[in-house]
Structures are given as structure tokens and as C-alpha cells.
Ligand binder design. Structure first.
Ligand code: UTP
Length: 503
């Protein structure tokens, strides 16, 4: 730990002396923890960090239109446009890699989830499914199921290790939640949680924000903090020890995420890719999602704010959007590529500006909860490594099958607990109907196969939920559901599946 004098000098050099404004008022204990916090800061880099944040926030957004081009068709695969044979071949390849313990999954779970507005990690959120399962539980069960499918197909026991990146906000509650829930049936030694770094939030004039009299406002360094966190926590060494060559990286909030998706893994491996991104077709030109394309000949994600509407609206000869590859934070990386990023490229990652409301103490020592944005959080993005790839591919999947993120609290028009819940129920209705089941509504009336999965104005799809432990992606349901009439709410748990299987 540094001495008060050392910290004082460094803060002066960084133009941040105000940080110690309340020092004389602090008790011994608070002084001790504040000094500890300040000692851990990168004090040498603090001036640059604050100046860059203020400068970046004041700069206009880059408009990139004239440097854009779509990705070359040979680097794009698509579920919709591929024949069954190719899809089956990719799936076979993916399952084979999983059976050899070469595939791991990595969850980005360090975000603060401010838009959702709960005080606990987003993965612990229950979107109101009939089973009341949380996002973490759904994901854990998908890992268990894919392991089981591979074990049955290849006749041996495989492991898909689960790496979970957390932050100061999410590590302790996530650890406790997993322990309290007995790791959802997974082997604890195959779940590795680690923490990303935190950096100070800064005012528009480049001053570190004090959250309390003896506490700096810190925020996680963005999901692109992953690459530093991999180094800090020796994650790549762990992957190597386990023989993991391929990593599927995904966000905590997509309720439909296909973890370790064998089709996606198989596609990327077959193409010899070192880096890949799953995308969905943009719903409409102004949809606020990043688009995967090329800028000055290099693959990257371009934010919707960086493109003019005319460019976003450009259409090809078949009427399709030219820039339609919507990024869904679902990535494939080889371990070798991650090693390269960690060793050579991570310092080149771009810093993005996020303008947020950051609670602070004013100069009189009053606690203030700002009503409008007052602070800058600098973030790195996980997708900013695409430009370092030597073989980058994109795989387009069907949105209603694979993407429905939970970002906002209920009441918002999009990406809320209700939309996430409805997406999952609608998918499960489609699976049940495709397997030959007939669903009844809560009054015992027939639900038409075509309408069971559709949300009526004030009502979601039929309450049909299929446990991931029974089906990973709609497979294996016919023997259980064909010709069955099922009153809803219907939960197809493992126990129920056993009953339905019984002759
Ligand atoms: P979002 O950008 O949606 O941010 O994160 P968020 O923190 O979850 O929510 P808001 O913006 O505060 O409302 C996308 C994914 O990246 C992870 C999140 O946990 C989520 O899975 N993430 C984000 C990190 O792992 N670390 C970060 O520093 C930021």
C-alpha cells in the first residue's frame, strides 16, 4: 500500500487533488480503505485517462459512411440460406469438437445492468417463466444438455467448461447464487469465475468523480475488459491445461442464447476461422444495433450512431439491406487468437464513451443522485478485436430462435422481461407444435398451431415451457409430444418427460 504522501503527490501530478478533499473528515477505518483503493489505481495513467475521457466525450461521433463496405459473401454463413446437408455437417463438426473437450463457453457478466435497474446481477433475474428459472439457471441447464447430447452421440463423457467474467459488483452475489443452487447440477470445478478491472468515472471536465467522501466512483471497464481480465486471471492457461481450443463468448442477457452452439462452432472451425460473430438480420434500417461490416477494408462493428440514415437504408438488388448484419454479442475465438490479442493487441483496443448518471458527493459533502447524465464511463468492447483477426467469419442466425436480450425494465417497448419471456415461450410453443402436440388454452379451447406462439394484444404466447434439460434446441420432443393434447400452462420438466415417455 502507498503512503498518503505518495498518493497525494500522484493525485497532484494527475490534476486530481480534489479526490482528498474530505480526507480530514474521514475516520481511521475509512482512511485506511480509501488509501487502499487509491493505491490500487493506475495513478500514473490517471491524468491521461481523465483527459482522454473528457476529450472523447466532447468530440463529435465519427461518421464512417464513406469508408464502409459490406462483408465479402465468402466470409458469411447463414442458417436460412444453407441447405440441410451443410447445417448437419457443421453441427457434426461442432459436436465432435465438444466431444474432444476442445470447446468452452465464456459468459460476460460484469455489467451493472443499470437499465434493468435491479441491485443484483442480471443473470439472477427471473423473467417470470412458469418455472421461475433465472437466466443463470437456463444457461447452466443448456450446458448440461449439450454435454449429455454429445455424450450420447459419441459414447464418452465430455466437459464444456464455463468461464464467467464478473466485476466487483457481480462476483460475490454470483458466487453465492451458484453455491446456494448447488451449481445447478454442474461440476463446480468446471465453473471458473473471475473479475474484470474497474476504472474511475470522470466528469465532463476531466475530474474523477467522488461517489462518497472516501470513495471514488468506479465502473467496470466494459465487456472488452475481457482481454485484460484473461491475462490477470490466467484464463488462457486454464484453457490450455484443459485442452480447450475454441471459446464461445456471449452476453448474460440473451434468453435464447445457444451455448456452445455446435452449428456455429462447426461452421467457424470448418472455415478455419480464428474469430467469428453470430449476427441476425437487422429488423429495420434504424434499429439501434451495431452492424458487422468492413471499415477501410477491416472487419469491425459499426455503431448505429456512426452511420447516416441514407447508408443504413441502402438496399441490394433483392431488396435486402446492404448493412444488415446485426451484432448480437455472440462470438467464436480460437485460443491462439486470444493469446495473440492478449500479447500483442489488447493495448490497441479502442475506448468508447458512455455518458451516464453517476451518483456523487458535492463540494459541501451532500450526496447527490443526478437526474441527468453527469459522468463519463470509458468502456472497451468485446467485438473490437475483429480487426486483429486473420480469418474472420460471420454466421447469420434466425432472430426469433436465437436472440432476445433483457436490457430494460418492464414498461419499455423492447428488450424487457416481458419480451424476453414471450420470446422463449413462443419458441417452445413452436417446438411443441412441430413435435406434433396440440396445445389448449387456459379454458381448454384448442390453440391453433399458428397462433399458439403469437402474442395477442394483452397476452403473451401460450404458457408452454420446455426445460433445457429435456431439449437443447427443439430436438427429441416428438417421442414425448406427438399426438398429445396439452393444457397450458404446460411445463415439460425432466420428470414430466419421464411420465410422457412411459408406455
Ligand atoms: P450492456 O452493454 O448491455 O451493459 O452489456 P449492462 O451493464 O449489462 O447494462 P446497462 O447498460 O448498465 O443497462 C452487454 C453484456 O456485457 C457485459 C454485460 O454483463 C452483458 O452481458 N458487460 C458489460 C461486462 O461483462 N462488463 C462490462 O463492463 C460491461
Amino acid at each position: 500500500m502507498l503512503s498518503l504522501e505518495q498518493v497525494k503527490r500522484s493525485l497532484e501530478e494527475a490534476g486530481q487533488s480534489h479526490v482528498l478533499h474530505f480526507w480530514p473528515e474521514l475516520c481511521e477505518e475509512d482512511r485506511d480503505s480509501f488509501l487502499r483503493e487509491l493505491s490500487q489505481l493506475d495513478l500514473k495513467g490517471l491524468r491521461d485517462h481523465c483527459e482522454e475521457a473528457a476529450k472523447a466525450a466532447a468530440s463529435p461521433t465519427d461518421i464512417l459512411d464513406q469508408h464502409l463496405e459490406p462483408l465479402p459473401p465468402q466470409s458469411i454463413g447463414s442458417v436460412r440460406k444453407s441447405d440441410q446437408e451443410s447445417l448437419a455437417a457443421w453441427e457434426h463438426e461442432g459436436l465432435l469438437q465438444i466431444s474432444k473437450d476442445r470447446v468452452g463457453v465464456l459468459l460476460l457478466a460484469g455489467g451493472q445492468g443499470t437499465r434493468l435497474g435491479v441491485q443484483y446481477p442480471k443473470g439472477m433475474y427471473n423473467v417470470g417463466l412458469p418455472s421461475s428459472k433465472t437466466l443463470y439457471q437456463i444457461q447452466a441447464e443448456r450446458i448440461r444438455k449439450i454435454q449429455e447430447l454429445v455424450d450420447v452421440k459419441h459414447g464418452s463423457k465430455c466437459t464444456v467448461p464455463w468461464y464467467i467474467m464478473t466485476s466487483e459488483f457481480t462476483l460475490a452475489p454470483t458466487e453465492k447464487f451458484f453455491k446456494d443452487n448447488n451449481y445447478f447440477g454442474l461440476e463446480p470445478s468446471n465453473i471458473m469465475m473471475f473479475e474484470q478491472r474497474m476504472i474511475p468515472a470522470v466528469t465532463f471536465d476531466g475530474k474523477v468523480i467522488l461517489q462518497g467522501k472516501g470513495k471514488i466512483a468506479m465502473a467496470p471497464d466494459g465487456n472488452g475488459g475481457l482481454y485484460q481480465a484473461l491475462v490477470d486471471n490466467m484464463v488462457l492457461e486454464d484453457m490450455k491445461k484443459r485442452g480447450v481450443e475454441y471459446l464461445h463468448v456471449y452476453c448474460v442477457d440473451n434468453i435464447l442464447v445457444k451455448m456452445a452452439d455446435p452449428v456455429f462452432i462447426g461452421f467457424c472451425v470448418s472455415k478455419g476461422a480464428d474469430c467469428g460473430a453470430k449476427v441476425v438480420e437487422k429488423a429495420y434500417p434504424a434499429e439501434p444495433v451495431g452492424v458487422v461490416c468492413r471499415v477501410r477494408g477491416v472487419s469491425q462493428v459499426v455503431e448505429y450512431s456512426e452511420i447516416q440514415p441514407e447508408t443504413a437504408e441502402l438496399r441490394g438488388p433483392g431488396g435486402e439491406l446492404v448493412y444488415s448484419a446485426g451484432n448480437i454479442c455472440n462470438h467464436f475465438f480460437t485460443r491462439d487468437f486470444l493469446q495473440d490479442v492478449a500479447q500483442k493487441f489488447k493495448s490497441q483496443l479502442k475506448q468508447h464513451v458512455a455518458i451516464k448518471k453517476v451518483p456523487f458527493v458535492d463540494t459541501q459533502g451532500n450526496q447527490v443522485k443526478p437526474t441527468k447524465p453527469n459522468g463519463i464511463k470509458m468502456e472497451k468492447f468485446v467485438f473490437d478485436v475483429f480487426s486483429f483477426s486473420s480469418k474472420f467469419v460471420v454466421f447469420e442466425v434466425v432472430r426469433e430462435d436465437e436472440f432476445s436480450p433483457l436490457k430494460n425494465a418492464d414498461g419499455a417497448a423492447t428488450d424487457s422481461p416481458t419480451t424476453a419471456r414471450n420470446s422463449l415461450l413462443a419458441q417452445h410453443c413452436r417446438w411443441a407444435v412441430a413435435a406434433g402436440a396440440k396445445l389448449l388454452d387456459e379454458h381448454g379451447n384448442d390453440l391453433l398451431p399458428t397462433t399458439a406462439s403469437v402474442s395477442a394484444a394483452d397476452k403473451g404466447p401460450a404458457q408452454c415451457e420446455i426445460s433445457p434439460l429435456v431439449s437443447y434446441f427443439g430436438e427429441g420432443l416428438e417421442p414425448l409430444l406427438k399426438g398429445k393434447t396439452l393444457p397450458t400452462p404446460f411445463i415439460l420438466s425432466e420428470e414430466r418427460a419421464k411420465e410422457l415417455q412411459a408406455p
